[in-house]
Design a protein around this ligand. Structure first.
Ligand code: TXA
Ligand code: MG
Length: 324
């Protein structure tokens, strides 16, 4: 495995690897992706091996052009067109009826495919040079923290992939928002880096309750996900009365007002800005997770705008440790 800076030359090399069916980890504005040629089922199968991911979970296809998009799915829906015009390239994934060219392994047998045009020059150049949609989940092992830098990818997947393209830190820092667009309704499948409120301004009401109960089962929809190794708790009323652990790291939103001797304090955004907080969330979780701590405490934020996605990730991470 090697990590290379994302120069044009190295992007070309990465595109060659994609074309011959190999895996490449690459930066996007949301998180780093673990990419393979999305139209080559054998290449896509390697993603599941590398991640230890249950293979019934469908993947997002990343495109760089509208020709590519039309090649893989049906975009003749007014709401889809409006959303694309407004938010692409960007942190919005659309679940759309697929065309036959998309392999079953990508969609887990569904009639729909998830597609996204990332807003990152390296990702776009890589897809362009590879001349194929790139299937890519987040470049972490199944169930673990998503990577927002090349070194996060190295930590988890080092021996399992050929190449990591290093394009610096992901500036959104949360995975894309996933929206399913149907004839008569629009459903939120995963809150993420684009606030639902912004989407509703363009297409009206987005249903937020009906996370599908059957397939497709997103890892992002499992109750346990995005986990740290060190136990993580969201701060609630009694947290400090009940606290038994000694070495405690804390992530606060804006400032630390707690009367406790923390081993480490991370502030998501001194300005209290949710965008900045999102961009720092996984980074700080990664940083605390390798420290000598008994517990990671995180302050809740209100579930408005990007706060919804932040709390979704934190609740899933804390569920693993029996608290929410
Ligand atoms: O920001 C992102 O979305 C990142 C970057 C790399 O683009 N990718 C990402 O992929 O988060 P992943 O595989 O970790 O999450 C994709 C989610 C999964 O929860 C999956 O189940 C859901 O998308 N998904 C994929 N295809 C679907 C489909 N046809 N219907 C419903 N959900 C789908
Ligand atoms: Mg993921």
């Amino acid at each position: 495995m090697k990590t290379l800076e994302a120069t044009s030359e190295n992007i070309l090399y990465a595109a060659e690897l994609i074309k011959v069916g190999e895996l490449v980890a690459f930066p996007t504005e949301t998180v780093y992706g673990l990419g393979a040629d999305g139209l080559n089922p054998i290449a896509v199968a390697k993603i599941f091996e590398a991640k230890n991911r249950p293979s019934f979970n469908p993947l997002i296809l990343h495109v760089s052009t509208f020709e590519q998009l039309e090649n893989i799915c049906f975009v003749d829906n007014e709401n889809i067109q409006k959303l694309i015009a407004e938010f692409w390239p960007g942190p919005l994934t659309l679940v759309i009826p697929k065309k036959d060219i998309v392999p079953e392994i990508v969609t887990a047998g569904n009639e729909t495919v998830a597609v996204r045009m990332p807003n990152h020059p390296v990702a776009l150049a890589l897809i362009n040079k590879a001349r194929t949609p790139i299937a890519a989940p987040s470049a972490n092992k199944f169930g673990m923290l998503s990577p927002t830098s090349a070194s996060h990818v190295e930590k988890q997947l080092k021996d399992r992939i050929n190449l990591i393209l290093d394009g610096g830190e992901s500036n959104v820092g949360l995975e894309s928002t996933i929206i399913e667009v149907k004839e008569d309704q629009i459903n939120l499948l995963r809150p993420g880096g684009l606030a639902v409120e912004e989407i509703e301004e363009i297409v009206g009401k987005v249903n937020q309750f009906n996370i599908p109960k059957v397939i497709p089962n997103s890892p992002g929809q499992l109750p346990f996900h995005y986990s740290t190794q060190i136990p993580l708790k969201i701060i609630s009323k009694n947290t400090f009365e009940e606290l038994k652990e000694e070495k405690v790291g804390i992530i606060v939103f804006k400032e630390n007002d707690y009367d406790f001797d923390f081993s480490e304090i991370k502030v998501l955004s001194h300005k209290g800005d949710l965008r900045e907080a999102s961009a720092n969330l996984f980074k700080y979780l990664h940083e605390l997770d390798v420290m000598d701590l008994d517990l990671i405490l995180v302050e809740p934020v209100s579930k408005i705008g990007l706060g919804k996605a932040i709390m979704d990730r934190l609740e899933k991470a804390s569920n693993k440790f029996g608290e929410s």
